[in-house]
Design a protein around this ligand. Structure first.
Ligand code: SAM
Ligand code: SF4
Length: 336
């Protein structure tokens, strides 16, 4: 046995331990967020190409045996996949999974939240890029602002906590709403998480000028509220990604992938809806787990392929540096 397989943990060649798996359950979406996919021309995977819930549960079992204890379901829009609560139920039954979360655009939440909750879902991130219906439409190319709020209120009523609201800022479009988001975080128990705009896919219009760096968001919020944002979580020597206002009211999170990449303590890998393992959001290579599953490979064989792929996990992404190559798949196809 070599040093990659002797322990039941997933480790890469830089010593990072992977315990966090993001699973995309579909590439389809009923929104067309301008930073994620083009308005027209998306070609969806055939249903037969998607991993079945049984196949996903088998992979979860294998990953859990390798120390993965955090799972996030995403997409595309995960709630477009029929009866997602059935998958939640299967994963929630796995005693090794301590944290099961969902990232959704919120559109179907009002209808599905109760079933998801009963199936064991306790953590939800909802994307909400604007607090203004017209601007929301500009960002998502859909007039669904009120429907998303119905979804947020549905999970709130059920007692699902924390409710995290994901915000992608694009300079010149919604960066003027930073103060409103600060106020919302202080008024309600929602955690507002700013995700820096990243270059993925070929048609997202990304330029570095459109990225609003986290330190700018912090300054704007502090100036508006008149209170400091104090870090509440550090990653070793890295800057914090969770902050709270100094009076203890209002939590703000930052995913500063562009301005302060967190690659050197990245603990996550992804599976696309068509069953490809990606060891980085920006990977240019994938490992085809679906073919192994459908070709009758044993759990040990699949484990060996996963261990090998994770060992080769990329050191980090090169966004905005020479040598950066944009992945061809859109964020919705990879699973954000
Ligand atoms: N449809 C669901 C949603 O929107 O929440 C889940 C999938 S979506 C791809 C997951 C997250 O990725 C969302 O919070 C979205 O805002 C974010 N995202 C998509 N494209 C992005 C980009 N180019 N840069 C930064 N975040 C992005
Ligand atoms: Fe759909 Fe989510 Fe992409 Fe928006 S960010 S287009 S909701 S997958």
């Amino acid at each position: 046995m070599n040093r990659k397989t002797e322990t039941k943990i997933l480790k890469d060649s830089f010593g990072r331990v992977v315990n966090n798996l993001r699973i995309s359950v579909t590439d389809r979406c009923n929104f067309r967020c301008r930073y994620c996919m083009p308005e027209e021309g998306m070609v969806w995977l055939d249903k037969s190409e998607l991993l079945s819930y049984e196949e996903i549960a088998s992979l979860v079992h294998i990953f859990a045996g390798l120390g993965v204890n955090k799972i996030r379901l995403t997409g595309g829009e995960p709630l477009m996949r029929k009866d997602l609560y059935l998958l939640v139920e299967k994963i929630a039954r796995n005693a090794r999974i301590q944290d099961l979360a969902l990232t959704t655009n919120g559109f179907f939440l009002a209808d599905q939240a109760l079933n998801l909750y009963k199936a064991g879902l306790r953590r939800v991130n909802i994307s909400l890029d604007s607090l203004d219906a017209a601007k929301f439409k500009l960002m998502t190319r859909r007039d669904y602002y009120n429907k998303v709020w119905e979804g947020i209120e549905a999970v709130e009523t059920l007692g699902i906590r924390p409710i995290k609201l994901n915000v992608v800022l694009i300079r010149g479009i919604n960066d003027d709403e930073i103060p409103k988001f600060a106020q919302l975080a202080r008024l309600k128990s929602y955690v507002i998480r700013f995700i820096e705009f990243m270059p993925i896919g070929s048609d997202d219009g990304w330029t570095i000028e459109k990225v609003v760096p986290s330190n700018e968001v912090i300054k704007t919020m502090e100036g508006h509220i008149g209170k400091k944002l104090v870090p509440i979580e550090y990653h070793g020597a890295q800057p914090a990604d969770r902050y709270r206002f100094e009076d203890g009211v209002g939590e703000i999170g930052f995913i500063s992938s562009v301005s302060e990449p967190f690659c050197d303590h990245c603990n996550r890998v992804r599976i696309t809806s068509d069953g490809k393992l990606r060891t980085c959001l920006f990977s240019l290579a994938e490992t085809d787990l679906k073919s192994l599953l459908r070709g009758g490979a044993s759990d040990d064989e699949i484990t060996a392929r996963i261990v090998d792929a994770v060992w080769k996990k990329e050191e980090g992404h090169l966004i905005n540096r020479p040598g950066f190559v944009r992945p061809e798949r859109t964020m919705s196809q990879i699973g954000g």
